[in-house]
Each structure stands twice: as structure tokens, then as C-alpha cells.
Design a protein around this ligand. Structure first.
Ligand code: IMP
Length: 417
């Protein structure tokens, strides 16, 4: 039974939600394995748009199920909000979602801490402020709160007291939400999750189920924001690559493929190196055309040309076996399109960055391609072929609009030209 992972091949916002939603018709389970409400995955059902931050991008009108794995950090308030929005249009859909009780909860304390820490940093990261970093920090330092604690009244109080004690000692200040308020807040969501009939089941219980059926693993953010291999410290705190499936009890060797989703150009939100950035002129044009404003924070995204060294790095780091290209239409009508083919790193030409530190010192070396009026055009095909040749990975699908159905295979493209 097929197992596929879909990950971002750049700095996130490549259109993974739409791509997963398109593929979801062929899968029984859609599994989110990492990240939290810092992500913003947009899906369309007909003409209606839904932005999910936590829920896997299942197709609501097809009978697939969604699993939120233990590697995630879950803002239960946000989760309930998303479920309620979907419930309004698809009654009963909540019962198609399953949560691993081993996942961690993002508390309002984490969000407060996120903002505090960001202010304390000499060089801010530009976090989404969703409490992701502090929640993962607490997980690693053994101060986190697992979902299963929600269902044990005494344990919940004990854990909240311990967590608050630690935070107050660390920062020498009180937080906006007291322990008592936090208890009431969390109890309210427990009741909501029960009312909505959301399921709790661990990856241990799902071990056999997942192996006997088709599973699509939905990555969050992108390879270059990965905690281990991204442009550290300007990264998120979770696993953005296919190796994150380990938190659902899988090995990457069990995957039949890993699709990397890339935009025909590059974007980045927040601070950190971005070798091909165009901070004015065509960058502004593409931002407007591509509606490049964050789905989570509304921030203007930074814009740049396609970066092949970064893509080669993403291919190797995340074992990409195929590519899906999105937003080629945003470049329609440009006379020329620049493509970064290599970096000059302190005077050394590199087609492939050796370490994430190379991104900080890289000066882009560009080639120029002829533009295209529409994506069904030989010049866009040439652009794609160039990417394939330079990365050694085939582009199997082309997304040409935000709607789920606005997707075609590269063979369709060839036939249309
Ligand atoms: P955090 O994950 O909120 O701590 O943010 C850390 C960095 O990752 C910041 O630069 C964010 O802008 C970036 N980031 C986090 N989630 C996303 C995403 O879903 N898309 C793009 N960038 C993201």
C-alpha cells in the first residue's frame, strides 16, 4: 500500500496544502507529522477556501482520514477553531480526525514566551509568534505538556504547576494567564474535542493500520527551515523533512516516494539568509501577483529567483524522488527569468552547499531563461526541463492556480504545447 511524503523544498509556503489535497483522493490517511499552527495550509473545496494550520489537508468531500502525529505541537484552541469551521460545512468531519495523545500542547504561556524571547534576541528570527519554539524547547527540556494529560484532572494540575513554576523561575516574572485560568481554558477544549467526537489513538495503535493502507505524510514548512538542516538559527523548531515521519513510527525507507513542492521562484518569511532575494522591482511585482503574504501572520513574504543550489541541497537532505512545481503562472509575461545555478561562497563556486552555513555567505551566480506568456508554452517547458536536468529530479506535476483541480502532469503540459 502506497506511502508518500510531501515536503516543502524551499523555505515553506510552496503550496503543500493544495498539493496534498490534490493527492488525497488516492490515500486513506493524511498524516501531519511535525510543526504546529505556524503552518498555513490552504485548500479549496469548489470555490471555498479553507486555511488549516493544524489539520491535515484531507479532502472533506472524500472519505479520507487525518492523523496528527506525536511530532506535532498542538494549540488546542486553534484546533477546535479549525474543526468548527469545517464542521459548519461538512457536519461530522471531526470524527475523521485522530490525534496522537503523545503530541505536545502549545499553551498560551508558550506564545507569551515566544514574543518575550523574540524581543530579547539580538537578531530576531521573525517567528510567527505561535509558541512553536518554546513548546518544542519545553518538550526537549522535559517541561512539556502532552495531550493525554488533558484527560487526567489531577495530573493536569500537577503538570501545569510544575511548568509554571519553572517558567516563573526562569523569567522572574508572572505570565498573563494564571494556573487556575489555564486549567479552565484547557478543560473547555477537552469538552469541545469530546463533543466534536475527535479521536485519540497513538501511532502504536495505528502501527498495523498504517502499514496495511495508503498513507500520505504532509510536511510542514520547508527543508531550509528544518531545525537540523535548515539555515540555523533562522529555522523553525520542528522537522520539516521526510525524516519527520519517524514520529509516526515510520522509517523513510518505507516511503515509496518523497515529493518536494517548489515554487517557480522562491519566497521566505522572517529573517535569515536568502541568496537570490530581489528586494525591489520584480520582487515587488511577484509579491503582488503571487499574493505573497503569509497565510498565518499576513506578513509580506520576501521574494527571490529560483535557487538551484538550494534545491539540490533539499533533494539530498530530504531524499526527494519527484517534484511538484507551483505558481509558474506568477512569472507569466516576464521577458526574462533569472535562475541561480551556483553560489560563489567566499570565492569558491559551489553547485551544492556543503553545509547550511554556505547559505549565509553565498553570492548567487545566475543564468537567464526566456520568459513565457502562459505556462502552456515551450519556454516554460524548457524552464522545467532545465530544473530537472540541474537537480536530477523529475517534475511530475504542475500546479497552475490555487484550486485543487488546477493541477496537471508534465505529460499534460507537453500535450498542450
Ligand atoms: P516559528 O516556527 O514560528 O518559530 O518561526 C521560525 C521561522 O520559520 C520564521 O522565520 C518563520 O517565518 C518561519 N516559518 C514558520 N512556519 C512557517 C511556514 O509555515 N511558512 C513559512 N515560514 C514559516
Amino acid at each position: 500500500m502506497k506511502k508518500l511524503a510531501v515536503v516543502g523544498a524551499q523555505w515553506g509556503d510552496e503550496g503543500k496544502g493544495k498539493v496534498v489535497n490534490y493527492f488525497s483522493r488516492d490515500f486513506e490517511w493524511i498524516v501531519r507529522f511535525s510543526g504546529g499552527a505556524n503552518a498555513g495550509h490552504t485548500i479549496y473545496v469548489g470555490d471555498k477556501k479553507y486555511v488549516n494550520h493544524l489539520l491535515p489537508s484531507i479532502n472533506p468531500v472524500i472519505d479520507s482520514k487525518g492523523f496528527l502525529g506525536a511530532g506535532m505541537v498542538i494549540d488546542v484552541g486553534q484546533l477546535v477553531e479549525e474543526l468548527k469551521i469545517l464542521e459548519r460545512d461538512f457536519p461530522g468531519i471531526s470524527s475523521r480526525f485522530y490525534l496522537d495523545p503523545e503530541a505536545f500542547i502549545v499553551l498560551p504561556w508558550h506564545k507569551e514566551e515566544d514574543l518575550l524571547l523574540e524581543k530579547m534576541r539580538k537578531v530576531p528570527i521573525g517567528t510567527t509568534g505561535r509558541g512553536i519554539g518554546p513548546a518544542y524547547t519545553d518538550k526537549a527540556s522535559r517541561e512539556g505538556l502532552k495531550l493525554f494529560v488533558l484527560f487526567d484532572e489531577a495530573l493536569l494540575r500537577e503538570r501545569l504547576e510544575a511548568i509554571y513554576h519553572m517558567k516563573r523561575s526562569k523569567y522572574n516574572r508572572d505570565f498573563a494567564v494564571s494556573i487556575e485560568e489555564m486549567l479552565v481554558y484547557l478543560q473547555g477544549f477537552r469538552a469541545e474535542l469530546e463533543r466534536l467526537s475527535v479521536n485519540f489513538t497513538s501511532a502504536v495503535d495505528m502501527y498495523r493500520v498504517f502499514r496495511s493502507t495508503s498513507v500520505l505524510f504532509e510536511g510542514a514548512q520547508g527543508v531550509l527551515l528544518d531545525l537540523d538542516f535548515g539555515t540555523y538559527p533562522f529555522v523553525t523548531s520542528g522537522a520539516c523533512m521526510a525524516h519527520g515521519v519517524s514520529s509516526v513510527g515510520f522509517s523513510t525507507f518505507e516511503l515509496d516516494g518523497v515529493y518536494g513542492v517548489l515554487k517557480a521562484y522562491t519566497t521566505r518569511v522572517g529573517a535569515g539568509p536568502f541568496p537570490t532575494e530581489e528586494s525591489s522591482g520584480v520582487g515587488d511585482l511577484l509579491r503582488e501577483r503571487g499574493k505573497e503574504f503569509g497565510a498565518t501572520t499576513g506578513r509580506a513574504r520576501r521574494i527571490g529567483w529560483l535557487d538551484l543550489p538550494a534545491l539540490r541541497y533539499a533533494k539530498i537532505r530530504s531524499g526527494l524522488t519527484g517534484l511538484v512545481i507551483t505558481k509558474g503562472d506568477v512569472l507569466n509575461g516576464l521577458d526574462e527569468v533569472k535562475i541561480c545555478v551556483a553560489y560563489d561562497v567566499d570565492g569558491v563556486v559551489k553547485e551544492l552547499p556543503s553545509t547550511s552555513y554556505d547559505f549565509f555567505r553565498a553570492k548567487p551566480i545566475y543564468e537567464t531563461a526566456s520568459g513565457w506568456p502562459v505556462t502552456d508554452h515551450v519556454n516554460f517547458l524548457k524552464y522545467m526541463t532545465f530544473i530537472e536536468r540541474e537537480t536530477g529530479v523529475e517534475i511530475d506535476y504542475i500546479s497552475y492556480g490555487p484550486k485543487t483541480e488546477e493541477m496537471k502532469t508534465s505529460n499534460d503540459l507537453i500535450m498542450n504545447i
